[in-house]
Ligand binder design. Structure first.
Ligand code: SF4
Length: 366
């Protein structure tokens, strides 16, 4: 069904939260630790050899002496701090494979965040993901190694925009993609991710639903449901760069090439794909189908991470990087654990309202 109406995006971008100042509340509570040694030596090499084995197909041996001291120090500090690291599928291989405790797409990380048994969560992803973890864990300390790790979708809409939509369409329920700020989540009935968007929209039992902020995911949902969709016109700056023409060129070079795409891509890109799904769905598809050659039409670190696991699959890499995800690095994760920065803080009243929308999604057919 075509999209009924579309609005936005917001002219005024919501600012990212201000820096926490000299010392975060968490640093005052737990104290700052000394910076560990970052020397590369035979002992570090020995102790990290099993981790290098996981990434040796995607990280050249000459680069490992730079990463290994950070990997060793971060894993030791996690134990000392009683901390866990949640890493999104778009994180670089040394983070994803060597220091993360849980990896996944937004939905998987939200579910892990609701079950973690640690005092501190370090979110290796972007700011809205860290907010989601804080929303689900109000009593835990949630850190993001660089608070400037934003998202073009989350920046496309404000809480005020949602209130205006509600005034224009009274009684129409609102579904927000998790790629939104806590302030926006607080204004909606339920959240969704790209892996459950259709299911969430249909779970409301409504004839018409406002879906925000991704215009392309809204289009994808509208094409797969009879529910009428009112969309917001935000877009992911990474996925909207892919074109159907480049995919046709790849296919012309190798007709057996498999193309799998993320639903944040434009509709003509999705039309070229053999499979469309969330990042977790894409990884599962490659694990199950073991194609000879595949192009993952999404952020390009994900191909590195799956390549590390499945070296026999050849990945064609149109390399669109997310500049926000790439703000997270091993040195910043280490800093985060030493100084307990940057702490994610959400107004408790906003967090309580946002929690209802996130929990409604997390609890849907667990
Ligand atoms: S890849 Fe796109 S949706 Fe994901 S964090 Fe980056 S800008 Fe946001």
């Amino acid at each position: 069904m075509p999209i009924l109406q579309a609005f936005g995006p917001s002219a005024g971008r919501p600012p990212l939260p201000a820096p926490a100042g000299d010392q975060t509340a968490a640093a005052r509570r737990y104290g700052v630790l000394p910076m560990p040694s970052l020397e590369w030596n035979a002992q570090v090499e020995r102790e990290t050899a099993h981790l290098y084995a996981r990434v040796k197909t995607v990280i050249p041996a000459i680069e490992w002496p730079f990463f290994a001291p950070y990997v060793k120090a971060i894993n030791a500090l996690k134990r000392e701090r009683n901390a866990v690291i949640l890493a999104h599928n778009y994180q670089t291989p040394e983070i994803y494979n060597c220091v993360a405790d849980f990896v996944g797409d937004s939905l998987q990380l939200a579910r892990e965040a609701s079950k973690v048994d640690a005092a501190i969560i370090v979110q290796c992803g972007v700011h809205f993901m860290a907010e989601t973890s804080k929303i689900l864990n109000p009593d835990k300390t949630v850190l993001i190694p660089d608070r400037r790790a934003g998202c073009s979708l989350a920046a496309a809409i404000t809480g005020e925009d949602v209130r205006l939509l509600r005034a224009k369409f009274p009684g129409v329920p609102v579904v927000a993609y998790v790629n939104t700020s806590a302030e926006v989540k607080a204004e909606v009935e339920v959240c969704c991710t790209s892996s459950n968007a259709i299911e969430v929209v249909e779970s409301l039992g409504a004839d018409t639903v406002i879906f925000l902020p991704d215009r392309y995911l809204a289009h994808y949902v509208a094409a797969h449901t009879d529910v009428k969709i009112i969309a917001w016109q935000g877009a992911c700056e990474v996925h909207e760069r892919f074109t159907a023409e480049e995919l046709r060129r790849y296919r012309a070079d190798d007709p057996a090439l498999q193309i799998i795409a993320h639903p944040e891509c434009p509709p003509d890109v999705i039309d070229e794909a053999d499979y469309t799904g969330s990042t977790a769905g894409m990884i599962d598809w490659v694990r199950k189908n073991r194609p000879r050659r595949v192009v993952m039409v999404t952020e390009c670190s994900m191909a590195d991470n799956v390549q590390a696991e499945l070296p026999e699959v050849e990945f064609v890499r149109p390399c669109n990087l997310c500049p926000h995800m790439k703000r997270i690095t091993l040195p910043k994760i280490l800093d985060s654990l030493v100084h307990l920065q940057e702490e994610v803080v959400i107004d408790p009243a906003i967090a309580a309202r946002a929690r209802r929308a996130v929990e409604r999604m997390v609890n849907l057919r667990r």
